[in-house]
Ligand binder design. Structure first.
Ligand code: UFG
Length: 328
């Protein structure tokens, strides 16, 4: 397969690029490097630019034999999306529109799309199933849902086959420590806790301990970034073999509370890690847990790193050896 990966220099994108290359796939990357890191890509052809740049997309599709696309490039911070919704519609929805339009024009008719559990909003039940209502509670989730719909209509009209993957909480890093998670600013729970373990923060704030859960803190389904990478690979194979589109949740089907995650990080790092209860963060649902049965049955997906301790220890290995991320 010859695959264009948009957003391939980002956290999940770069792990997927590495995973595909290790399996002998031919990969090229389009990334504007606003959030992504050149150093996360070794030995990969990189086009630096934006999805809105149609002439760049023409150049990519005419000078490479691209037969499918994995589309990660997007703004992806829930809180920021509430403050800057138009930026999210422009970058995510309009950006994807240009990509899809150029794919159709150049007859590249297979895409795996990076979607999110944020498409569901407040779940009506857990574990969440793919057919459950999608009522996003923030612009980020809404833009991802709009793109899913664009893809569904493009399938009917132009035969563009898509698999949309709704991730729960991506975490962990390459077990060999070559690449990992590096966001500025960092907003995700596990890297924040590990920064506290490294002494880069004096404490972790627990956003609310009055949720209707056993210990009062929010429960999330943490999934290893390489298990996500594997699901993208399987999704591409599925489109090629069956020519069918679909939507799949990706999670472990098990939830951990914020306090449980902090305790696991204490065990893995051997560090005390100060934590303090702070007010709730706007828009956080109490519990998000995936049913990933559909991905397991239809894609043949089997997560390899489902133990939270293992996920955290891979992240810790990266953070210890790269305390400043990709910046040397
Ligand atoms: N949390 C804290 N303190 C922190 C950071 C986070 O208590 O300093 C809590 C949050 O309130 C939440 C949990 O830890 O309850 C996980 O928070 P993250 O920010 O790591 O992840 P989210 O669940 O908010 O969001 C993730 C992705 C989104 C995606 C969403 C879908 O980052 O892109 O899952 O479920 F939309």
């Amino acid at each position: 397969m010859s695959i264009l990966v948009t957003g391939g220099a980002g956290y999940i994108g770069s792990h997927t690029v590495m995973y595909l290359k290790e399996r002998g796939e031919d990969v090229i990357v389009l990334d504007n490097l606003q959030k992504g890191h050149r150093a996360a890509l070794s030995d990969v052809k990189l086009y630096q630019g934006n999805l809105q740049d149609e002439s760049l997309l023409d150049e990519i599709f005419t000078s490479n034999h691209v037969d499918s696309v994995i589309h990660f490039a997007a703004n992806s911070l829930v809180g920021e999306s509430v403050e800057k919704p138009l930026e999210y519609y422009e970058n995510n929805v309009i950006g994807s529109y240009h990509l899809i339009k150029k794919m159709v024009e150049h007859k590249v008719l297979k895409i795996v799309f990076s979607s999110t559990a944020a498409t569901y909003g407040n779940p009506v039940r857990v574990p969440i199933m793919e057919e459950d209502p999608t009522v996003p509670t923030n612009p980020y989730g809404d833009t991802k849902l709009a793109i899913e719909k664009m893809l569904q209509w493009a399938d009917g009209a132009y035969g563009l086959k898509s698999v949309c993957l709704r991730y729960f909480n991506a975490a962990g890093a390459d077990p060999e420590g070559k690449i990992g998670e590096d966001h500025t600013p960092e907003s995700h729970l596990i890297p924040i806790i590990l920064q506290a373990a490294l002494g880069q923060r004096d404490k972790v704030s627990i956003f609310g301990d009055d949720y209707p859960t056993e210990d009062g803190t929010c429960i999330r389904d943490y999934i290893h970034v390489l298990d996500l990478a594997d699901a993208h690979y399987l999704a591409l194979k599925k489109i090629s073999e069956t020519g069918e589109s679909g939507i799949y949740n990706l999670g472990n089907g098990t939830g951990f509370s914020v306090k449980q995650v902090i305790d696991t990080c204490r065990i893995v790092t051997g560090n005390e890690i100060r934590a303090e209860v702070a007010p709730r963060r706007a828009g956080d649902p109490a519990v998000l847990i995936a049913s990933a049965e559909k991905a397991k049955t239809e894609l043949g997906w089997k997560p390899q790193y489902s133990a939270l301790e293992e996920i955290v220890s891979h992240a810790w290995n990266w953070h210890q050896h790269h305390p400043n991320g990709y910046q040397e």
